[in-house]
Design a binder for this molecule. Structure first.
Ligand SMILES: Nc1ncnc2c1ncn2[C@@H]1O[C@H](COP(=O)(O)OP(=O)(O)OP(=O)(O)O)[C@@H](O)[C@H]1O
Ligand code: SF4
Ligand SMILES: [Mg+2]
Length: 386
């Protein structure tokens, strides 16, 4: 075995004794977090707050979400800040494992507890009347926001629909939960209307069907109908079309876009597909290893990608009518999430380093009011080419 391989193996190896020590420490840490969460009568001042900009529906502010695992602390989201303006779509992109889903699950308070915890930062959510810091909002309050003000469309609709119940009652349940004053008839009418709204022709028929009787595309439409049933202020769509074939994908995206305009919701759209982002998003957030490395308007990111990772992503997107031998992929690996370096996380894969890259993790540089990048190439004291 080569020297490098041996040292890599050593770095990843944890003895039983070490692992037991880590789990006992983890238990102490997570117990503290849970104790704080589960207090009774948490005063409102602890979780009610103000937006920095009232035009935003969400402001992620230095969010840190960690998982305390037996092999160490996984810093899945490690200081993420970005805004979702009202009525706009924000696309979140980045390699598998970079923390996109954990960011959105933190916003829904659905991170797997007790091992997963928001350890620092704020997630401000604007209901139009009040502003909650979701990082600190108690479970009972959160239940009122989830599904009502914020709803989520998942990647695989079959796992989110209950196979033993007909479609209609599953949508009714969501509407009933948040509209206690509606009669049964009114609820049913609204469910059928929602099915019509997402382009289901035989809405009354589908209302009485079981999930397995529908195709993947139809199930995803049902999921969207459910997510929109309460006119949420924010829709989180995590890879909403990955499991579908291309034509159905385009139809679903059309539906989402039209609906967003009709009900003036905002969308947080998580996807690997830059084509989807280009078509749907107003703003783009690029994540890498638990951090935002670049953000801007869709035009800024597509016309002027600035971080070497974003430039690599743009090179790796297929172009119609252009013959390529193979798709470009960025060489190298993401650092071990349990043991992040104290310099730029992209450095080991970067082919554009400057002298300053040997220093601490790069701070944010503003390229315009909306375009921000974390990379030494754009800072004043970057030094010469490395
Ligand atoms: N329940 C968990 N326990 C431990 N680690 C977790 C857990 N959930 C997520 N992680 C870790 O958090 C990191 C971020 O995961 P996340 O699911 O947010 O990635 P992602 O960007 O959504 O990736 P993908 O594009 O594959 O969906 C990964 O390193 C993952 O292994
Ligand atoms: S800071 Fe340096 S190493 Fe990191 S992406 Fe920019 S140029 Fe590359
Ligand atoms: Mg994900």
């Amino acid at each position: 075995m080569s020297k490098e391989k041996k040292s890599a193996k050593k770095a990843n190896y944890i003895s039983g004794k070490e692992s037991r020590k880590i789990s006992s420490e983890n238990r102490k840490i997570t117990k503290e977090f849970e104790k704080k969460r589960n207090r009774r009568n948490i005063p409102k001042e602890e979780y009610m707050t103000q937006m920095k900009d009232s035009n935003n529906v969400v402001e992620f502010d230095n969010l840190h979400t960690y998982f305390f695992t037996d092999i160490g602390t996984v810093k899945s989201v490690n200081g993420v800040s970005f805004d979702i303006p009202t009525g706009k779509t924000v696309g979140v992109v980045g390699e598998s494992g970079c923390g996109k889903s954990v960011t959105s699950l933190s916003l829904m308070q659905l991170v797997q507890r007790p091992q997963g915890q928001i350890v620092d930062g704020a997630i401000r959510f604007n209901t139009g009347k009040d502003v909650y810091d979701i990082a600190k909002t108690p479970n009972a309050e959160m239940r009122k926001l989830r599904g009502n003000q914020i709803s989520m469309i998942f990647q695989e609709p079959m796992t989110s629909l209950n196979p033993v119940f007909r479609i209609g009652p599953q949508i009714d349940e969501v509407i009933e939960l948040h509209n206690k004053s509606m009669s049964k008839n009114e609820v049913q009418t609204r469910s059928v209307d929602m099915l019509k709204l997402v382009g289901i022709a035989n809405a009354e028929g589908v209302y009485k069907m079981y999930p397995h009787e529908l195709s993947g595309g139809m199930r995803q439409r049902v999921m969207i109908a459910m997510a929109l049933a309460c006119n949420p202020r924010l829709i989180i769509a995590d890879e909403p079309t990955t499991a579908l074939d291309v034509t159905i994908q385009a139809q679903i995206l059309d539906i989402l876009r039209n609906l967003k305009n009709k009900i003036n919701s905002s969308i947080m759209l998580i996807t690997h597909d830059l084509g989807v982002i280009a078509e749907m998003a107003d703003y783009v957030v690029v994540m890498y290893a638990g951090r935002v490395i670049e953000k801007g308007t869709v035009a800024e990111i597509f016309d002027n990608p600035s971080h070497p990772y974003t430039i690599g992503l743009m090179n790796s997107k297929p172009v119609v009518n252009k013959v390529v031998d193979r798709l470009y992929s960025i060489p190298g690996k993401v650092p071990n999430p349990v043991n992040m370096p104290n310099y730029c996380y992209f450095k080991d894969r970067c082919d554009r380093c400057v002298a300053a890259c040997d220093g601490a993790y790069p701070g944010e540089v503003k390229l315009s009011d909306s375009h921000v990048v974390s990379c030494y190439r754009y800072s004043e004291n970057k030094g010469g080419e490395a």
